[in-house]
Write a new protein. Structure first.
Length: 477
């Protein structure tokens, strides 16, 4: 249903202004019912989002904030019974990212919502989408275009509970919600999503794809193009027509990688179908609970398959309870790229990759003294998670060489199996690692996770020599 009601009093400030930032995100989504019509010829999205929200605070709340892409406008807001709700909307800039602008929709509830209670808010909206590359987020090239259309969380293509502050939103943690999405596109185009395809219907030159989540989701991604599809067993691949050969190759690679990780880490809980969706190069590969947005480079060049290994390994991650999370899981995925390459491609890359990473970090430390002051455990809080990829990778490389392949992969699998349901913290991981490791890892964690001593270590130690540096203190437990 694509409706546009104008009877509500709509207070809009057309000029951009600095927002007053709430210190908490009041609403937490538990369900989305999306109805989106992507008018590709006119490059416009017309949509309705019915969102079930819960009061995530400890006090009653009477209003809450949603974020939309800056060029989209809310036309109407209603409650679950269809009654109109008062709302205002303003284009604002993020307090901690001045070039990032979003439309903030503030909704007033008819009565205060008690802590833990839920209600429904439906937001009808429409507008254009041209990405956020100008903000420095160069990968957010999301747009509505006949060559390739992408709608996702990164560009606020659907209303997201939150405020214009990365700091505050990260502290709220990742949500977990169900969704049912009806996405209508011109005939000839296909919609790719990581959920279950419930069905398709066609009418008057338009086709509607209905998707439903397999598992509780924290994001929804919708890609639209003239996709080809290859499917078998738990794997489904959406590929662009010019990359059909690469799609067939990655279909085999994806199955072999999933088999390998299942052997190493154990089976995924509530296993379901996994989708690989091709996106243009430079648009940012990403993974959620049942799908991966994978850059075209991996489809075209077998030597870029490591990107797929990285994203697939995230399927065995658990939700971090450190808020905001330090994201050392990105370091783990970066390290697993090399181990998986060595295993599946019969190449030797792990040690040489550690050398390159250590040398690069040693150079960065000389130019950025923040690395000597902020430990990796605090990277989330200090907005330094870009360094989690490399610092974390070297920590896991050192652990791997000290523990051995079998003990290390058993640890990663055991952490997933134990904490996948309720989430786990850095301290939880460290405690489990210390209990399962055949050697002491105390000094490794002290240097790499809980202090900045690693910055002195990489200044004098090549990457491949890091395990030897710790071997004397590791010993046998």
């Amino acid at each position: 249903m694509f409706t546009s009601y104008l009877a509500v009093t709509l207070i809009m400030t057309l000029q951009t202004q600095s927002p007053t930032i709430d210190t908490t995100v009041a609403f937490r989504p538990t369900r989305y019912d999306l109805n989106m019509k992507i008018d590709i010829p006119n490059k416009e999205l017309v949509a309705s989002a019915r969102i079930t929200i819960t009061n995530a605070t400890l006090a009653p709340v009477s209003s809450g904030s949603f974020l939309l892409y800056r060029l989209m406008r809310a036309s109407d807001v209603r409650d679950g019974a269809g009654r109109r709700l008062a709302f205002t909307q303003t284009v604002v800039e993020f307090e901690d990212h001045a070039t990032l602008q979003a439309r903030q929709v503030n909704v007033t509830l008819p009565r205060p919502l008690a802590p833990g209670q839920s209600t429904v808010v439906q937001i009808d909206y429409r507008g254009a989408l041209v990405g956020y590359a100008e903000t420095g987020m160069s990968y957010v090239r999301d747009r509505i275009d006949s060559a390739y259309t992408l709608l996702r969380l990164d560009a606020f293509a659907y209303p997201v509970p939150g405020v214009p502050s990365h700091r505050v939103n990260r502290r709220a943690g990742l949500p977990a919600y169900d969704y049912d999405a009806r996405v209508t596109v011109p005939e000839g185009f296909a919609v790719a999503n990581g959920g279950q395809l419930v069905g398709t219907t066609s009418d008057s030159g338009w086709t509607t794809f209905e998707y439903r989540n397999f598992k509780p989701a924290w994001r929804m991604d919708f890609a639209v193009a003239r996709f080809g599809v290859k499917q078998g067993g738990p794997v489904r691949i959406f590929y662009l027509p010019e990359d059909s050969a690469g799609g067939a190759r990655l279909f085999d690679v994806m199955n072999r990688t999933l088999d390998t990780y299942t052997r190493w880490f154990g089976p995924l809980r509530s296993a379901s179908q996994f989708s690989l969706i091709e996106i243009p190069d430079g648009w940012g590969s990403q993974a959620d609970v049942t799908s991966i947005l994978q850059s075209a480079a991996a489809f075209k060049d077998p030597k870029r398959q490591y990107e797929l290994y990285h994203e697939l390994s995230h399927l065995w991650n658990v939700t971090a309870t450190d808020l905001p999370p330090p994201r050392w899981n990105e370091g783990l995925a970066t390290f697993l790229e090399d181990v998986t390459t060595d295993s599946l491609e019969r190449r030797v890359t792990t040690d040489s990759s550690a050398d390159r990473m250590a040398e690069r970090l040693a150079g960065i430390v000389k130019k950025n003294d923040r690395l000597t002051k902020v430990r990796m455990a605090d990277y989330g809080r200090m907005q330094m998670t870009d360094y989690s990829y490399s610092v974390g990778a070297l920590m896991f490389y050192t652990m791997y060489r000290l523990m051995g392949h079998q003990a290390f992969t058993h640890l990663i699998g055991a952490y997933y199996q134990r904490y996948e349901v309720g989430g786990g913290s850095s301290d939880d991981f460290v405690r489990l690692a210390k209990s399962l490791s055949p050697v002491s890892l105390d000094q490794v964690f002290r240097d790499w996770l809980y202090s900045t001593h690693w910055t002195e270590v990489v200044a004098s130690t090549p990457g491949h020599a890091l395990p030897d540096r710790y071997r004397a203190t590791a010993g046998q437990k």
